[in-house]
Design a protein around this ligand. Structure first.
Ligand SMILES: [Fe+2]
Length: 360
């Protein structure tokens, strides 16, 4: 498999990963040869890059940390949950939030991650402004639970509650006017002020209108707080922000940075991780940050990178032990000529060779 920009996608190329809509329904399956019409549709959806199958890249695997089935079931569940909470209206004392359905899918996320053991995120969760909202909630849940499993201090029951809390972190948006939530482009100051209230609205929905545990509700309230007190809604700082929210804030920011949005292109994981590190001790709890970045491959498999030798290479595989030193396959000479017989270099061993930038 190879990650390419959408501009490099030509009719006839086969997709490496499936494309889903905002409800988790399959639009284009892995292995489907794209037509010019499909390419146009992917552009309309806002994708900037896709995984494809390509000759010479057959052995490069891109593995998710949970099953596609679990991921898409979670997207559908969250999408339906948003719909039913929205339909309940803002004035009613109770909302129709199916707690059983949410906790059942949260259990599946946790079970997938626990059964897989020590994992790193070696995949870019490609999504677009079209299907961002619910896929984002699911990926925040996956990234947070994966980190929490690796921290090793949380019980399975806690992991399940963390998964639920992350899935529902933005549920307050169901009661924010849809034209603000779905606005393509940056929000005006007034709109942003309203949007910020999704935290307190979410807390109300979860705690008082659907009977969720207070800790789960507190994540909806606190997930935009920053470690130094510069976040919202209540400018909480340090340990006043619950530990779950400190982890979830990292996953929320990271996934947003590395996703295509209506107003910006996705950043490669390396750049997203650098951004998080800049917030060490200010926006983010240093300990939580260290655990979080430990689990994400800065150069995921199938990405194309430029080496300090001037050669370009594709990332073949990552190892949990040396997460920033992948195995790479050299594709071109320093002057850009294609190499007839590509060969591999293990950057964990060849320490003088460094990655200068990520091209896709
Ligand atoms: Fe949020």
């Amino acid at each position: 498999m190879k990650l390419i920009t959408l501009n490099a996608l030509e009719p006839g190329k086969k997709l490496g990963r499936p494309i889903y809509n905002e409800k988790g329904t399959l639009l284009l399956g892995a292995g489907v040869a794209v037509s010019a019409r499909y390419i146009r549709r992917l552009k309309e959806m806002g994708y900037s890059s896709v995984y494809v199958h390509e000759k010479g890249y057959e052995d490069i695997e891109v593995n998710d940390v949970i099953s596609d089935k679990t991921r898409m079931e979670a997207v559908l569940t969250i999408s339906e949950t948003f719909d039913s909470v929205r339909e309940s209206g803002t004035k009613s004392e109770k909302v129709a939030l199916d707690r059983k359905m949410v906790s059942s899918v949260a259990d599946k996320i946790v079970d997938d991650l626990i059964s897989a053991g020590d994992q790193i995120m070696d995949l870019i969760d490609l999504k677009s402004f079209d299907n961002y909202t619910f896929m984002h909630c699911v990926n925040v849940s996956v990234l947070t639970v994966m980190t929490a499993v690796n921290v090793g201090k949380f019980t399975t029951l806690e992991l399940r509650d963390i998964a639920i809390a992350a899935l529902l972190l933005d549920i307050g948006k169901a009661h924010i006017p849809i034209e603000i939530v779905q606005k393509k482009g940056r929000l005006s100051p007034d709109e942003f002020a309203r949007m910020k209230k999704h935290t307190s609205i979410g807390y109300e929905i979860l705690l008082h209108k659907s009977g969720m545990k207070p800790l789960i509700a507190s994540v909806a309230l606190q997930h935009h707080e920053y470690y130094d007190g510069s976040g919202y809604l209540n400018a909480l700082a340090g340990e006043k922000i619950h530990i779950w929210s400190r982890y979830i804030a990292l996953a929320d920011v990271y996934d947003s940075l590395t996703s295509d949005r209506s107003y910006k292109r996705r950043l490669p994981p390396l750049v997203g991780l650098e951004y998080l590190k800049l917030g060490r001790g200010t926006h983010f709890d240093p300990k939580c940050l260290d655990y979080f970045i430990n689990n994400i491959a800065p150069y995921p498999a199938a990405s194309t990178v430029l080496l300090n030798t001037g050669e370009t290479a594709v990332v073949v595989a990552n190892d949990t032990q040396k997460i920033d030193r992948p195995l790479v396959r050299i594709l071109t000479t320093p002057d850009g000529k294609e190499i007839k017989k590509p060969y591999e270099i293990d950057l964990a061993k060849e320490t003088e060779i460094t990655i200068q930038s990520v091209q896709v």
